[in-house]
Design a binder for this molecule. Structure first.
Ligand code: CDP
Length: 217
């Protein structure tokens, strides 16, 4: 008698540009489906934080390659990772191929948990979990994303002009989309969800609708 085949883990890949709402969406989807959640942007932010803490130039690719081999996730509470400066620095270290390679295994390990997982980032559907059965590419206009990030930073006590945030978003889009290793782009089999005119609840309902269609397929 052959053993029953274990069901394939149900992985939901959520990709998209900075401040597109993908983090909120991924967290809510994880709660909805009872799956563990990994914000992969935090890993790049940890590498950037460790670089800055050690006094390295953020563009020093060799130092970043060494740090990615040795950094301790537990040493970086989330409040040290969310600031404006760290988002920018993370996108610089994220363009270093050795950094991406160094973070690949732990993301795949997380995704291969028995029941599945929700991961959000830039390359989950294209590189980390190309076989994920459900892939969303969450986006919004640069102006809407800048307004969301502006509100978030003000809530954290970082007073920054809106125009500066919009410039950050555009620069980060260009860097994340233009890098040669795992550039930000929708996987061929991802469904794009533009949240510019949607509330969080509307976007979540749309995402669940897309995922249920995939699950039924
Ligand atoms: O929250 P926000 O969208 O601003 O950024 P994040 O998701 O925390 O990611 C910070 C930076 O890490 C991004 O600008 C990307 O350059 C990089 N990143 C990446 O390259 N691949 C991922 N899977 C996640 C983040």
């Amino acid at each position: 008698m052959s053993a029953a085949r274990a069901p394939r883990p149900f992985v939901i890949a959520v990709d998209g540009p900075a401040a597109s709402g993908k983090g909120t969406m991924a967290r809510r989807l994880a709660a909805h489906y009872g799956l563990p959640y990994l914000d992969t942007g935090l890993l790049y932010r940890m590498v950037a934080r460790a670089m800055l803490d050690a006094g390295h130039d953020i563009r020093d690719a060799e130092a970043a390659a060494q740090i990615v081999e040795s950094f301790d996730e537990a040493a970086f509470p989330e409040e040290r990772l969310r600031g404006r400066e760290i988002g920018e620095a993370a996108s610089v270290v994220a363009a270093v191929p050795a950094v991406r390679a160094g973070l690949l295994a732990r993301q795949r390990r997380f995704a291969s948990q028995p029941g599945g997982a929700v991961l959000d980032g830039r390359d989950i559907g294209t590189v980390i979990c190309p076989d994920a059965p459900a892939k969303l590419f969450v986006t919004a206009t640069p102006e809407v994303r800048a307004a969301r990030r502006h509100k978030e930073l003000i809530g954290r006590g970082e007073a920054v002009p809106f125009d500066g945030i919009l410039a950050d978003i555009r620069r980060r889009d260009a860097r994340d989309s233009g890098r040669s290793d795992a550039p930000l782009k929708a996987a061929d089999d991802a469904v794009t969800l533009d949240t510019s005119a949607l509330t969080v609840e509307e976007a979540l309902a749309a995402a669940i609708g897309i995922i249920e269609t995939r699950r039924a397929a």
